[in-house]
Write a protein that binds this ligand. Structure first.
Ligand SMILES: Nc1ncnc2c1ncn2[C@@H]1O[C@H](COP(=O)(O)OP(=O)(O)O)[C@@H](O)[C@H]1O
Ligand SMILES: [Mg+2]
Length: 476
């Protein structure tokens, strides 16, 4: 068996806690969710919507090796080893900081933030680096990118990690700084800055400033990776320079970018990129269609180079990497009399990613799929500008050559009303209400792109379409 993730002594020292009992099994990981607990995991009793202390006994039943609890917790029958601390979240942070500190000086850490594309970019880096150092790559699970997700990911990091990739997100100014300081990356990517989470920000510039906090954790001579083709480029570069002795590498399709594509072929299923990454020429294929994904891949290449990874070998992983769930996954459905192409973008949406997904829909060849259907649900957390930001999408819907528009949610009503009658497929207040309308119209030869914020629940509509028609194949 491999070495335990942590020795008990090291955990006690890192957390500053008081041991109450001795674990009987080696520590295999960390969780705060008993439903996801695997044998040997440390259960951390966090206070979120519910108090994790109510689940400690259940965690031991599920095989926890240890629980990190607050001093005041009363031991229950069935409880195993407890590590008592003043504040379990703070203890998790301290364990995370210790995990970062114990890595070899050769290890290279990459952090990813941005208004869209964090998870996809993080998964590209995970796949690329796993080609170079199999078994020695660590990365955030899912979108674990906040005040508990980042320390949790750090705490889970094995000591012999050679490359680690952290997703870092935020809803408010000031949230990224402490996380970036815990992670201490050698390279930090800002994928893009867009008008999302406007609820908590006076302007898009203020969002750019908050994203730039990621540079506050960069190691000396670290690499700040920012998009060249962005109105915020200069602002972000100035932040990187002000926050330390950092190398700034810009990426994007702008030929002035340090990491750019000299030739780019945007195909139906994939993109071919002839890239130049700070002078190094490399050609690779990305098995996820879309200009925005190809752009993100240039940031990936810049980060790989900054981490000292061999570019060609690492980037070859992108030729077979499928999109993360709900972010562009394609499935062929058995429509009546022929195939329907379903593009599942149901996980996430904001104006920028909506435009990107609509552009990808427009790249589906009409020869194979003559009719383009957009099924759009509300984009959430846009603040007072929400109505306008929804309505303004109409140009993108039209430019994509959308033949039929379905919409759900109170904000999307505005966009739907702005569409010409000939384009209107149906509107319903909820995703569940929209499903029968979509099912009644979808037919062979349709390309159907489904997109909304996750909270709109269009994921269930995607699942119901698959169940209704049947899947011929998961397509990349
Ligand atoms: N650079 C980009 N610009 C616009 N949209 C993007 C970009 N990169 C990814 N997206 C889209 O944003 C959505 C969310 O992607 P994801 O990787 O989950 O981002 P995040 O983790 O930042 O929420 C997906 O639909 C994805 O295709
Ligand atoms: Mg994410």
């Amino acid at each position: 068996m491999s070495a335990p993730l942590w020795t008990y002594a090291a955990l006690i020292a890192a957390s500053g806690g008081r041991a109450d009992g001795e674990p009987t099994a080696p520590v295999t990981g960390f969780t705060f969710d008993t439903r996801a607990l695997e044998p040997g995991n440390v259960f951390v009793a966090l206070k979120d919507q519910r108090d994790g202390h109510d689940f400690v006994t259940g965690a031991f039943k599920a095989g926890a090796s240890l629980a990190i609890v607050s001093d005041a917790y009363d031991r229950k029958p069935g409880d195993g080893a407890l590590l008592r601390v003043a504040d379990p979240l703070k203890a998790l942070e301290n364990i995370g900081i210790a995990a970062r500190a114990r890595l070899s000086p050769d290890a290279r850490i990459i952090a990813v933030t941005g208004s869209a594309g964090k998870t996809g970019t993080k998964e590209m880096l995970r796949a690329c680096l796993s080609k170079v150092a199999p078994g020695r790559v660590h990365a955030s699970e899912k979108s674990y990118n906040n005040h508990w997700g980042v320390p949790l990911t750090l705490a889970r990091m094995p000591e012999d990690t050679l490359y680690a990739i952290f997703e870092i997100g935020m809803n408010h100014a000031g949230e990224i700084t402490p996380l970036a300081k815990m992670v201490q990356p050698h390279a930090a990517i800002i994928t893009t800055v867009e008008a999302v989470h406007l609820e908590h920000f006076p302007s898009v510039e203020a969002i750019a400033d908050a994203k730039a906090e990621i540079f506050s954790g960069l190691q000396i001579d670290g690499t700040a990776i920012i998009k060249r083709d962005s109105p915020h480029f200069k602002r972000l570069a100035a932040h990187a320079e002000a926050l330390g002795h950092h190398v700034v590498v810009s990426f994007g399709l702008d030929p002035r970018a340090g990491a750019t594509a000299e030739a780019l072929t945007l195909g139906e299923d994939a993109s071919e990129v002839d890239a130049r990454i700070s002078g190094a020429a490399v050609t690779y294929r990305v098995a996820m269609p879309g200009r925005h994904i190809a752009e993100n891949s240039l940031a990936v290449a810049a980060a790989l180079q900054a981490a000292g990874a061999p570019l060609e070998k690492a980037l070859s992983a992108l030729a077979t990497l499928p999109p993360p769930p709900g972010r562009g996954a394609r499935t062929l459905l058995a429509g009546p009399g022929g195939e329907i192409l379903l593009i599942d973008e149901s996980y996430n949406a904001n104006p920028a990613s909506m435009r990107a997904a609509l552009a990808t829909l427009s790249a589906v060849p009409r020869a194979k799929f003559p009719r383009r259907i957009a099924v759009l649900g509300d984009m959430l957390e846009l603040g007072p500008a929400a109505a306008k930001l929804h309505r303004d999408l109409f140009d993108a819907v039209d430019d994509a050559g959308t033949d039929m528009l379905f919409a759900c949610g109170p904000h999307m009503k505005g966009l739907y009303d702005a569409a010409p009658d000939a384009m209107k497929g149906g509107y319903a207040e909820t995703a569940a209400g929209l499903l029968p309308l979509v099912l009644a119209h979808a037919q062979a030869g349709d390309a159907v792109m489904v997109k909304a914020s996750n909270g709109t629940r269009l994921g269930a509509l995607v699942d119901a379409m698959k169940a209704h028609f049947g899947c011929i194949s998961p397509k990349l």
